[in-house]
Design a protein around this ligand. Structure first.
Ligand code: ARG
Length: 587
């Protein structure tokens, strides 16, 4: 379906042309003075220069040419030369009926589907998921869902961290604790045990202990670095221990992502690209892109126009081990080879921006991606506590993601029980669903790049710009529709021209669905969907408070409102599913 602004602009273009002006001036936008009009065209002001004529005269000429059209109920020229417009009520209702009948509420899927990989996991095996992993999961999942809805071929990749120092640290700690295990005996040639030498909870204690020791003791750190290198170089015992770490850790990581309603098409790991590294390095050397500098293999990536220093990208350390950039570059190589993506989007902490500048430039320079492959970095800001500092547990530690989810569910449960009596099991289930909306909406309603304050009280509130408020609105609509259906409402469900200002306002917001989604996709900006549904929910609630829907005696009028409610519900539900949460039946 054509977007309403395009239809209006088309009408305006004809009027401009007919009046003898260049139609390029005819662009119509949403009004920034909703008290005066719904749409406006400011083109006469710009045209004045070309035609050396007062803008208001031009506006009047165009309006004359417009007269008799069926789109506008009001079209007037106001000084200094604006054209203010209101859309004709019946036309608007007709447009909405068409939206309601179309599969995606009038949104046209892309005609050129792209293959897009979204890299938005980044959990590290053997380390518990913490709040730092929350934002990429929430934002990335939403970007992926929006792209899918637009008709693109989207793939999420979790890109687990499993090839770095954290593994070397665990190996070192295990070696100190249990030196008798065969993994550490270099002369051992037998099979290694199939049972892991640790449980999940032991593993989650081992990493922090190792990390603390390496900070205190340089020799410990050296040993861990050596173990990391030997793991990468293929030392059998270490590979076997590493495999145990993966086996124990990955199911737990999956479980936590599941509880966030986040899923990945690709469960790739840094280590998966290990086999690409030697060839990649040879190629970079052969092309003269990479060279040795004090034993390390590096690629210069600075450019003349840089305003800040972009250090060279280190591909191999002087001891031959791979670094974070190495696996990221090799991963791009693998993605090119396996999926030839049109675009790769990285949803990663904005403090890693320089790393990605280096990696992207290095890939272009080495010819790993061609110029058409878009590489985008969506850097997100920090989630802070109420004190404005990075979010911590009460005792100042790193908050585990699971604990955070529990806390928000508990708070939601308390609020639900406070509101009304409810069956406990039922309320707990609802609390988990609504709690997730509180968390996700609280995050997504901010522009990703901004820091924000995690305020559990505000996020879980049923009022204001929150997830629970949106869900509350949906539940309210559901309950009216259920009642209507139960009572056997039988009018013809066709939207009629709006009967009130609040009804028309609601209708106008609904027409924004497709344009909002398109720009949310183009700009990797789920927050635009949040602003849209907040406005939609506000407009719906205003309409609802002013309108006695169930008490209406005119069946046709009532059924027209029911149609409006169904459309509003459909759009709200679609939007929240694109944000990655859902509404309960009751609240
Ligand atoms: N594992 C990394 C970390 O915890 C994040 C990975 C982000 N993605 C990437 N392709 N580098 O910092």
């Amino acid at each position: 379906m054509k977007k309403i602004l395009d239809l209006i602009t088309e009408e305006m273009r004809q009027a401009f042309t007919k009046a003898g002006y260049d139609p390029k001036y005819a662009a119509v936008t949403l009004s920034n003075r909703p008290d005066l009009c719904e749409y406006q065209c400011n083109g006469a002001l710009a045209a004045a220069r070309e035609y050396k004529k007062a803008p208001v005269m031009i506006a009047k000429d165009c309006l004359e040419a417009l007269s008799g059209n069926r789109l506008f109920s009001m079209a007037e020229a106001v000084p200094p030369g604006f054209i203010n417009l209101k859309i004709e009520d019946g036309y608007l209702a007709g447009y909405l009926n068409e939206m309601a009948a179309s599969e995606k509420f009038g949104l046209e899927e892309t005609k050129e589907p792209e293959t897009v990989i979204v890299d938005y996991g980044g959990a590290n095996v053997a380390k518990p998921l913490h709040v730092g992993h929350l934002r990429p999961a929430i934002i990335g999942e939403s970007i992926k869902r929006i792209g899918k809805y637009m008709g693109h071929h989207m793939m999420g990749d979790v890109h687990l961290g499993d090839w770095g120092l954290q593994i070397g640290l665990i190996i070192t700690e295990m070696k100190r604790r249990r030196p008798e295990l065969p993994y550490f005996d270099e002369n051992y040639t037998g099979e290694y045990p199939t049972e892991p030498p640790f449980t999940l909870s032991q593993l989650s204690e081992i990493y922090p202990a190792a990390s603390a020791s390496s900070k205190e003791d340089p020799a410990y750190r050296e040993e861990a670095l050596l173990a990391t290198r030997q793991l990468q170089q293929g030392r059998r015992g270490y590979r076997s221990l590493w495999q145990h770490i993966l086996n124990v850790s990955i199911p737990d990581i999956k479980r936590i992502y599941d509880s966030l309603n986040v899923s990945f098409e690709l469960w790739k790991k840094e280590s998966d690209v290990d086999s690409y590294i030697p060839g990649m390095v040879e190629d970079m050397k052969a092309k003269g892109v990479a060279y040795l500098d004090e034993g390390a293999l590096i690629v210069d990536v600075k450019e003349e126009t840089d305003t800040k220093e972009v250090p060279p990208c280190i591909i191999l350390k002087s001891d031959g081990s791979a670094l974070y950039a190495t696996t990221d570059i090799a991963t791009i190589l693998e993605r090119e080879a396996l999926y030839s993506p049109d675009k790769i989007i990285y949803v990663v902490d904005k403090r890693q921006e320089m790393h990605f500048v280096q990696v992207f430039r290095c890939c272009r320079k080495a010819g790993i991606v061609d110029e058409h492959t878009k590489l985008q970095f969506v850097g997100f800001g920090t989630m802070n506590g109420k004190d404005g500092k990075p979010f911590k547990t009460r005792d100042g530690g790193v908050m585990k993601l699971e604990d955070l989810l529990d806390e928000i569910s508990r708070e939601m449960y308390r609020k639900i029980m406070e509101n009304h009596e409810a069956d406990e099991a039922e309320a707990r289930k609802t609390a988990a669903i609504v709690g997730l909306s509180a968390l996700k909406y609280g995050d997504l309603s901010n522009q990703a790049s901004k820091d924000y304050i995690f305020d559990i009280d505000r996020f879980t509130s049923f009022e204001g710009n929150t997830g629970p408020y949106i869900l509350y609105t949906i539940v309210r609509i559901k309950s009216i529709l259920n009642k209507y259906d139960r009572e056997g409402g039988k009018g013809k469900e066709t939207l009629l021209a709006p009967k009130s200002g609040s009804e028309k306002a609601l209708m106008l917001v609904l027409t924004q669905f497709a344009p909002v989604l398109e720009s949310a996709y183009e700009e990797n900006a789920p927050h635009k969907i949040c602003s849209f549904i907040y406005e939609l929910a506000n407009n719906f609630n205003r309409f609802y408070h002013e309108t006695k829907i169930m008490g209406e005696e005119d069946q046709e009028k009532q059924a027209s409102w029911i149609a409006l409610l169904r459309l509003t519900k459909g759009i709200l539900e679609t939007c929240i599913s694109l944000l990655g949460f859902e509404a309960p039946e009751k609240m």
